[in-house]
Write a protein that binds this ligand. Structure first.
Ligand code: SIN
Length: 542
């Protein structure tokens, strides 16, 4: 199964192609360069357009006095609700502090306390202050700035912007040996081209645009996960879509990217109230407003239902120096006429993070030889059923570096592509809105067999909207379609509630479901799924 694309008009070659320019892709590229291999970095929009720069809260790492990787591990496992891969969590928390120090060495500047130490704050699910932040609530922007500066100083990294990667190239042995991509620009690299490489690293970020409202930017259409599915790779845990509890409510019917209201506000004293002015989280969880975010998102949805309201409220009126500590959030509030010092902030949940993705081992290998995945695109198993706040930038740093080391340590062959046995598949962009609405309605914060079957029925109908006109919008829509199908299929299969997957018809967690659902797409477009033990090993197909 491949996206329909015109024949390639140009060819290029590099040791490694990295797709995506967020923290995961940039870290991988820089670390590969430490081993003198050439890198082609491909990004769909401009190089700074991905999700990373939108991250507010920060990076979690056990750097504070009295903290330790094992305490960070404990909090990560609790949030992951029984589905974390223990080895992946141990790698994340134990290699995290060093990865953060390396990021600082690469130029990232984090906020300091009055004593000159790095200031650490708290977010939901953390029992300690361990979140580094920068520019108040502009952590992602600073991380992105520092890594982009390092990349632009490195002549061994060629960057192609405005290029959508369509599919992988494979050799006769089935090994991935490059990609086809479409450059929407000017110059010799315009149009569809082929890039040969010894390894392809997918770091395309999230898939939040599968839903009508999301914290993710418009580029987050899950291109890497969809590409991996078409390449025959295994995709796991995709039913676990994390809804951020507090996104600024900007009005009925608002669509696309919504302004995030960081959990760090609640970490520093803000609290939620319903439409009747009642605090509701204290009765729900011992951590109250700082409960893991699936619990907060679910309770907000319940409160919205009980009070027949489109949102609840965040009370941050008691917080000092709001505009200095949270300048981005302050600006978003002011834009809709809210002054956080005097007004309650209207908030509701929106899709935020995919805890699952392309299934990988601890060195980022997918199940297809030569194809790696990292960051939100990957499913290392470190997040389980629900990612702990601020573990995502950390995951990009830690596993990006591991992939680079793996590629450098193995003399990977450059194989030659052969024609693939596959059929073309392309959907009209006109179905995008209906697809998103069907996902928000039937496969959102609260799901049931009936709602998921309805969503799958809609998706099946939308599949009829094929097009022969290849365009970025059509390619993205086709990717969203594949991801929506994978999410709804897994969510229907998992007959329990766990982490960020809540089934109204199966409201309890079941030990029988301490298992991972993995899906694959065959070249004829048919799906298969397998259910495995959480800590089972990945088999790489060569
Ligand atoms: C936030 O700042 O609330 C988001 C942090 C995250 O998603 O890790």
């Amino acid at each position: 199964m491949r996206l329909r694309a015109p024949l390639p008009g140009w060819r290029a070659q590099a040791d490694v192609v990295v797709i995506g320019s967020g923290v995961a892709g940039l870290t991988t590229a820089l670390q590969i360069r430490a081993h003198n291999l050439s890198v082609l970095l491909v990004t769909k929009s401009s190089i700074d357009a991905g999700s990373t720069k939108w991250a507010q809260g920060g990076i979690a790492a056990a750097l504070g006095p009295g903290d330790s990787p094992s305490q960070h591990e404990e909090d990560t496992l609790v949030a992951g609700a029984g589905l974390c891969d223990l080895a992946a969590v141990k790698v994340l928390v134990s290699e995290g502090p060093e990865a953060v120090r390396k990021l600082i060495a690469r130029g990232a500047v984090f906020d300091k306390s009055e004593t000159g130490e790095i200031a650490l704050t708290r977010e939901g699910g953390h029992l300690r202050n361990r979140i580094l932040h920068a520019g108040g609530d502009a952590t992602g922007a600073e991380v992105s700035r520092a890594l982009l500066a390092a990349v632009s100083d490195d002549l061994g990294i060629e960057v192609i912007e405005h290029a959508l990667v369509l599919d992988v190239l494979k050799s006769s042995s089935g090994r991935v040996c490059g990609v086809t991509l479409h450059v929407i620009g000017e110059g010799s690299r315009d149009g569809v081209g082929e890039v040969l490489a010894k390894a392809v690293v997918l770091a395309t970020g999230g898939l939040g645009q599968v839903y009508s409202q999301t914290t993710n930017p418009s580029v987050s259409t899950g291109d890497g996960v969809a590409l991996a599915l078409r390449a025959g790779a295994e995709v796991s845990d995709v039913e676990f879509i994390q809804f951020h509890p507090t996104v600024l409510y900007i009005g009925e019917g608002s669509k696309g990217q919504q302004p995030l209201i960081s959990e760090a506000l609640r970490g520093e004293g803000a609290f939620l109230v319903n439409n009747r002015g009642e605090r509701f989280m204290r009765d729900v969880h011992k951590l109250a407003d700082l409960a893991p975010r699936d619990i907060v998102a679910k309770e907000i949805s319940r409160q919205m239902e009980i009070t027949q309201s489109q949102h609840v409220w965040l009370d941050a009126r008691g917080m000092k120096e709001f505009s200095e500590r949270f300048p981005t959030i302050y600006a978003s509030c002011k834009e809709i006429g809210i002054d956080p010092a005097n007004d309650l902030i209207p908030v509701s949940p929106a899709s935020h993070y995919a805890s699952g993705g392309v299934r990988t081992d601890l060195n980022g290998h997918s199940s297809v030889a030569g194809l790696y995945a990292v960051g939100e695109t990957a499913c290392t198993g470190a997040h389980g059923a629900n990612r702990l706040a601020s573990n995502s930038l950390l995951e990009g740093l830690v596993f990006g570096a591991r992939i680079a080391e793996d590629i450098a340590a193995n003399q990977l062959p450059q194989e030659q592509p052969v024609a693939q046995d596959s059929y073309d598949f392309l959907l009209s962009p006109s179905i995008r809105g209906e697809l998103q609405r069907a996902m928000s309605k039937g496969a959102g914060v609260v799901r049931s067999e009936a709602s998921l079957k309805e969503t799958l029925k809609t998706l099946e109908r939308l599949k009829g909207a094929a097009t022969i006109y290849a365009s970025v919008d059509a390619w993205e829509t086709t990717n969203l379609y594949l991801l929506a199908t994978a999410i709804a299929r897994s969510a229907l299969e998992r007959r329990e509630s766990r982490g960020s997957h809540y089934r109204q018809d199966y409201p309890e967690s079941s030990n029988a479901w301490l298992k991972r659902i993995t899906q694959k797409l065959a070249s004829d477009g048919s799906w298969s799924s397998t259910i495995t033990e959480v800590n089972s090993d990945l088999t790489i197909v060569k």
